[in-house]
Ligand binder design. Structure first.
Ligand code: NAP
Length: 309
């Protein structure tokens, strides 16, 4: 039995090392250099080339190397009948919270405005704000969203959250479904997107929804670039409906050199680094799933490819 690591824009070697450190006898091969494709039963994937999974006739489990599975489902030939697992990791959640906290604090304490003032030698205090009267809205109350919502609430922000099914989270006002989206958006002076990318959520960061936010709201997108309609963001920033955007993910990555986001003073952008999976931290759960697959037990962190997350 063999594991194959199939990734196109990640270094496979730290993953091989982390798995081998736990089980030196493990047979781990790396795409495209597998020698015995028929032996491979477990594929660990990130942005695999379309159709490549069809080369493995005995595949029994596919595991994402991150929290999302949209990169798997982009493949028109993806075998949806094979069980799929993803990564759920406390370090991933903590790292995501740290990034979002920094992004929210950046505008809550007006660092963006002070940076602009500094460039013009302007000494001027902005009006003080109270954390308890500042509302952060989190779209997506899953593993990362719930953790972040709890932590932001602990710091003192008023936190509202939105998900598909109704949640009950202490300290967080929860809204669910399309019927309650407007009520949720109307409160969020900073909107954080932590949704999975599905047919329902693609393009959800658009003019119609931006217009339901309080005027001058800030946007933080750490989910996927395809959640955002890029032209709608530029329009909302130009009109002042949005004050600023902090973006970690983009439709095309790396962001093309000529893209207008690079030079927009109201956009802070980072290279998809808000929460990066640490192979050493997640190798135990990958190995655990490999063992479970071998003994026909239910997988940990299994997802439903038909639902899309
Ligand atoms: P998760 O545990 O699967 O949670 C997803 C949440 O989104 C759930 O609360 C779900 O609602 C909600 N949701 C899904 N479809 C919805 C819809 N149509 N309307 C309203 N709510 C909807 O996911 P996670 O582990 O928190 O990760 C979230 C996403 O973060 C990932 O999919 C990935 O794209 C992104 N991510 C980015 C980075 C980065 O470095 N930038 C790193 C890790 C993850 P229910 O609870 O009702 O099902």
């Amino acid at each position: 039995m063999t594991i194959s690591i199939i990734c196109t824009n990640k270094d496979a070697q730290p993953w091989v090392a982390a798995l081998k450190a736990l089980d030196p006898a493990l047979d781990v091969q790396v795409w495209p250099n597998e020698t015995r494709k028929a032996d491979i039963e477990f594929a660990l994937c990130w942005n695999h080339p379309e159709g490549v999974l069809q080369d493995f006739p005995n595949l029994r489990c596919i595991c994402s190397m991150g929290a999302g599975i949209d990169h798997l489902l982009n493949d028109a030939f993806f075998p949806k009948d094979i069980p799929v697992a993803r990564i759920v990791d406390p370090l991933l959640a903590q790292s995501m919270f740290e990034y979002i906290c920094a992004a929210v604090m950046h505008t809550f304490r007006d660092f963006d405005l002070y940076k602009t003032q500094q460039q013009k030698n302007i000494w001027q205090q902005q009006a003080p704000k109270q954390i308890a009267k500042t509302t952060v809205g989190i779209m997506g109350l899953g593993k990362l969203g719930q953790y972040t919502a709890n932590k932001l609430s602990d710091i003192g922000f008023h936190v509202v959250g939105w998900s598909r099914s109704q949640k009950n989270i202490e300290g967080v006002s929860c809204y669910a479904g399309n019927e309650q989206l407007g009520e949720f958006l109307a409160q969020a002076s900073t909107l954080v997107c932590l949704l999975p990318l599905t047919d329902e959520t693609r393009g959800i960061l658009n003019t119609e929804n931006f217009n339901q936010l309080p005027k001058g709201a800030c946007l933080v997108n750490v989910a996927r670039g395809e959640h955002l309609i890029e032209e709608d963001l530029l329009t909302a920033l130009d009109s002042g409906q949005l004050r600023s955007a902090c973006l970690d993910v983009f439709k095309e990555e790396p962001l093309p050199q000529t893209h207008p986001f690079w030079l927009n003073p109201r956009i802070l952008l980072t290279p998809h680094c808000s929460s990066i999976t640490d192979p050493a931290s997640v190798a135990p759960q990958v190995l655990e799933n490999y063992q479970r697959m071998k003994s026909d037990q239910p997988l940990m962190n299994q997802v439903n490819p038909f639902r899309g997350y």
